[in-house]
Ligand binder design. Structure first.
Ligand code: GLP
Length: 254
């Protein structure tokens, strides 16, 4: 694992976009795993800027999103499908048929999860998975206590996650209670993982994920077992780690 210290959110976004760009340049038909939430917005903005300058080509890129609220249609402004279109997909030359997001409108959970796992298998695995992290250490929507061995499944969101995500909805009551998410097993099969975290609210989750015991109670902690993880975080998110460790310019931890 390497941890890169970013000066601020802009620096973090630029560094993350650089790593994704490198992947796209090295493998123009790469499968990129995408994330939602506030954290990746700057990264996506930067990718769009580089695309518009002619430095990036998404024409053969395939994407798979981590998760989607169950019950929301892609037209719903709170859905992750809507988010992806607004924040990235509509602004680059990616082919719609090459983008994949769980279908929030499918009521039959088993059917949707099997379909999504089949999509992931058909694509032959994820080359680079972008991840944010929840304040409680969740990745995708894999909540604490969730089984590490799962593939795509339907989760009941914890109160903590509903509280955290209520900022995007008119009221807390509007936050869906269920979501489809890739499982930890899918995420761990990605060839590379890029996790971004910004702000003090992520400090505990980041510390526990990378310096605590590996436990389903902190879903992000499983990433300690992945052999190609890059973390980019700002000083506030790294504050607890920096109390005990030094992080070198090259991303090594002392
Ligand atoms: C949501 C998403 C996660 C995301 C997390 C953190 O619950 N399902 O994939 O990483 O929130 O979001 P943010 O970046 O807004 O803090």
């Amino acid at each position: 694992m390497r941890i890169y210290k970013a000066k601020d959110y802009n620096d973090l976004s630029r560094k993350a976009a650089n790593i994704i760009s490198a992947q796209i340049i090295m493998k123009p038909d790469a499968v990129i795993g995408l994330a939602t939430g506030a954290s990746p917005i700057g990264t996506y903005k930067q990718l769009i800027e580089w695309y518009k300058k002619g430095d990036l080509d998404f024409s053969e890129i395939r994407t798979v999103n981590l998760d989607e609220y169950k019950g929301l249609s892609p037209e719903d402004e709170q859905s992750y499908a809507y988010y992806m279109h607004i924040n990235l997909l509509d602004h680059v030359n990616i082919l719609p048929e090459n983008t994949n997001i769980p279908n929030g409108l499918e009521e039959d959970s088993e059917k949707e999860c099997t379909r999504y796992d089949n999509v992931l298998h058909f694509l032959g695995g994820i080359d680079l998975q972008l991840l944010g992290i929840g304040g409680n250490g969740h990745i995708g929507f894999n909540e604490p206590g969730n089984n590490f061995g799962k593939e795509t499944h339907c989760v009941t969101l914890t109160d903590n996650t509903i509280d955290a995500n209520a900022r995007f909805f008119p009221s807390r009551e509007d936050v869906p209670k269920y979501a489809y998410t890739m499982g930890i097993k899918n995420i761990m099969q990605a060839k590379g993982i890029l996790l971004i975290a910004s702000g003090e609210a992520k400090a505990k989750a980041l510390y526990e994920s990378f310096f605590g015991p590996i436990t389903p109670n902190v879903p992000g902690s499983i990433l300690q077992l992945h052999n190609n993880v890059t973390v980019i975080a700002d000083e506030a998110a790294l504050s607890l780690i920096l109390k005990e460790h030094e992080i070198t310019q090259g991303g090594h931890i002392k």
